[in-house]
Design a protein around this ligand. Structure first.
Ligand code: ATP
Ligand code: MG
Length: 404
């Protein structure tokens, strides 16, 4: 037998009272976006569960995609069976014979939402249980903690059998916490920061600063590829490219080397904040962490932060580099992050940036520049695109093989 649908149980959102329907609709939308790479799959969602109809699509890759989507607590693939006793019985026998091995225990848990069906759930349990003994005389029934809990659900349109319960990603559906701007470089840390913000329901928009011709198209593509990797957790992500060349040249010309990094970051922060305001974002998220290099001291963080009072979430701030790399590998961004394309910061970064920049000095240097106009021009020049999920390249290879 082949799986016909997947039953999805919601995560933490079950505790959210009257917001429940808003959460569920968001989750449904996110699942739709993530599963859009499987054109035949359809989805419905009600107060208690969502149902994903495979319509002939292979179950395995769909399940892999589902495992990533935030807001899903668990899911079960199910077999659809014609709603009559004989068909249900045969299907139950077939499934149990398929999964049975020596020593395995089982129980049947029936549920009847169609109350006109000829047997109630208690009778159905007994009837189907004895049907299992007919074909597997050595199997043991066990009411508490059986190896296989075969769930039989008699609904209006059909009956459904399921016995697997697969753990979902947990977290909150992306978008239920509001919008935040993720400052996304091509590095290892910011995609991980983005992932962690997504996990708590933040609808991130990726803001990337590019300084062509100093930065290459490859660096831009890298940031876009990283963004695409992040779409598997909750669907489409808006990608915002900011033209940053003019500002970097201006800083280079007007300020001493030791302050380039701090000034650059302050401009990035101002611009991101302006974009946030225009696009109704509530917070800024970045990949800053505490460490030994200059951009990572608390003094530096304070100098950069001083240009805004918007809340800034720094999901990786207290993590060790190895912990961050661990997550980057898990979410499959690491290999992209280590591609050797120079970021705008790497190119203009001096060998010895100040580890304890003085705000007074910083402000002095900024007086030499038309800060407001520079920021405005950069914001006016942004390019906004939508990044959508894409089948993994392995899948694409398979598809190409299929075509040949
Ligand atoms: P990452 O690995 O994310 O690049 P990092 O450890 O290299 O971080 P920095 O280079 O000091 O740290 O950057 C700190 C943060 O500033 C980044 O995590 C990112 O949020 C932001 N940032 C740096 N460069 C860019 C850029 N070109 N576009 C957007 N944000 C950037
Ligand atoms: Mg970096």
């Amino acid at each position: 037998m082949e799986y016909s649908e997947i039953m999805v149980r919601y995560g933490e959102l079950s505790t959210k009272g009257k917001n429940r329907m808003r959460f569920i609709n968001k989750l449904k939308q996110n699942i739709k976006h993530v599963l859009s790479i499987y054109p035949d799959v359809t989805i419905t969602a009600n107060r208690d569960r969502a149902h994903i109809f495979l319509n002939g699509t292979d179950y395995v890759p769909v399940a892999e995609s589902l495992k990533n989507i935030f807001g899903i607590q668990a899911f079960s693939p199910s077999y659809k069976v014609e709603k009559n006793l004989e068909s249900i019985k045969q299907a139950v026998q077939e499934v149990m014979q398929d999964v049975y091995h020596d020593g395995l225990t089982f129980k049947i848990t029936s549920k009847r939402s169609d109350h006109t069906f000829e047997m109630d759930s208690r009778k159905l349990n007994q009837y189907l249980g004895s049907a299992v003994f007919d074909v597997l005389p050595n199997i043991q029934a066990k009411m508490k903690g059986p190896d296989i809990n075969l769930q039989v659900e008699v609904r209006e349109e059909a009956a459904y059998l399921s016995y697997e319960n697969i753990k979902g990603a947990g977290g909150l559906p992306v978008g239920t916490a509001g919008r935040g701007m993720l400052m996304l470089s091509g590095g290892i840390d910011s995609p991980v920061a983005g992932y962690l913000a997504l996990k708590r329901g933040v609808d991130i928009e990726a803001v990337h600063f590019a300084s062509p011709p100093y930065t290459s198209p490859g660096a831009l593509k890298k940031a876009q590829d990283l963004t695409r990797k992040l779409t598997k957790f909750g669907g489409n992500i808006t990608f915002i490219e900011v033209p940053f060349t003019e500002i970097q040249e201006e800083i280079k010309e007007k300020a001493p080397e030791a302050y380039l990094m701090t000034l650059t970051r302050r401009f990035m922060m101002r611009i991101t904040d302006r974009i946030r305001e225009e696009r109704s974002g509530l917070v800024i998220i970045n990949g800053e962490s505490l460490g030994q290099v200059a951009s990572q001291t608390l003094e530096s963080m304070q100098a950069i932060n001083a240009v805004t009072c918007t809340p800034i979430i720094r999901p990786v701030v207290t993590m060790d580099k190895l912990e961050i790399i661990d997550i980057a590998q898990k979410i499959d961004t690491f290999d992209i992050s280590i591609q050797p394309f120079e970021d705008c910061c790497t190119i203009f970064a001096p060998d010895r940036p100040k580890t304890n920049p003085k705000i007074k000095n910083v402000e002095q240097y900024e007086k030499r520049m038309a800060v407001e106009e520079l920021v405005e021009r950069a914001v006016a020049g942004i390019k906004v695109t939508t990044i959508t999920p894409q089948a993994d390249s392995d899948d694409v290879d398979d598809m190409i093989d299929d075509l040949l």
